[in-house]
Design a binder for this molecule. Structure first.
Ligand code: FES
Length: 187
């Protein structure tokens, strides 16, 4: 009889224990479920976009230089490639930049009518419009490729452009094209 009472007492203690700690166990498991999301969020917060900017020598590169010499503050995520004219930028330059790790590509040239090679920037514009459509087909968001006209005196505009574009790319997150290329069978 005493043994049965002892067993019942033990059972009551176990049931009390479960009622008391079960919600705590549930919350802990729930937290563990959320952990990957939290980690993902932290990773996104750490994301530093890599941007490649192709700048024409006569206008945009000089504008970027002006922003630097005027000590204007802008984001340091940009690697500049100077070209003689925006018309020199071949589509493969841009595609290779994405394939080699760029999260965004910026193309800058002289304002329409100011190209030192007459119509280089008009050619660039035509290629850009086609390329924006093409990269979408490859799974790259069109916002990752941007074209702007920057003159030699527009250092402030250049700094603002870099800050704005870096913000856009930060919002989009890392470019996924390299992962896509890994699953495409190579011929
Ligand atoms: S020289 Fe600047 S776009 Fe042609």
């Amino acid at each position: 009889m005493l043994f049965i009472m002892f067993l019942m007492r033990l059972l009551i203690i176990i049931i009390d224990f479960l009622f008391l700690f079960y919600p705590v166990i549930l919350v802990r498991n729930h937290k563990n479920d959320l952990q990957p999301d939290v980690l993902l969020k932290d990773q996104n917060m750490d994301f530093k976009p890599q941007i490649v900017a192709f700048l024409c020598k006569w206008c945009s590169y000089t504008g970027a230089d002006l922003a630097g010499t005027s000590r204007m503050e802008y984001k340091p995520n940009v690697r500049v490639v100077m070209v003689m004219c925006s018309g020199r930028i071949e589509p493969t330059f841009i595609l290779n930049a994405f394939l080699k790790g760029a999260d965004g590509v910026l193309v800058c040239g002289c304002h329409p009518g100011d190209c030192h090679y007459q119509e280089g920037n008009y050619r660039c514009l035509r290629r850009f419009l086609l390329l924006q459509k093409y990269i979408q087909q490859m799974g790259i968001e069109s916002e990752r490729l941007k074209l702007e006209w920057i003159s030699a005196s527009e250092g402030k505009q250049y700094a603002e452009l870099i800050n704005g574009f870096t913000g856009t790319i930060s919002g989009l997150g890392p470019c996924k094209i390299r992962e896509t290329m890994k699953v495409i069978p190579q011929t």
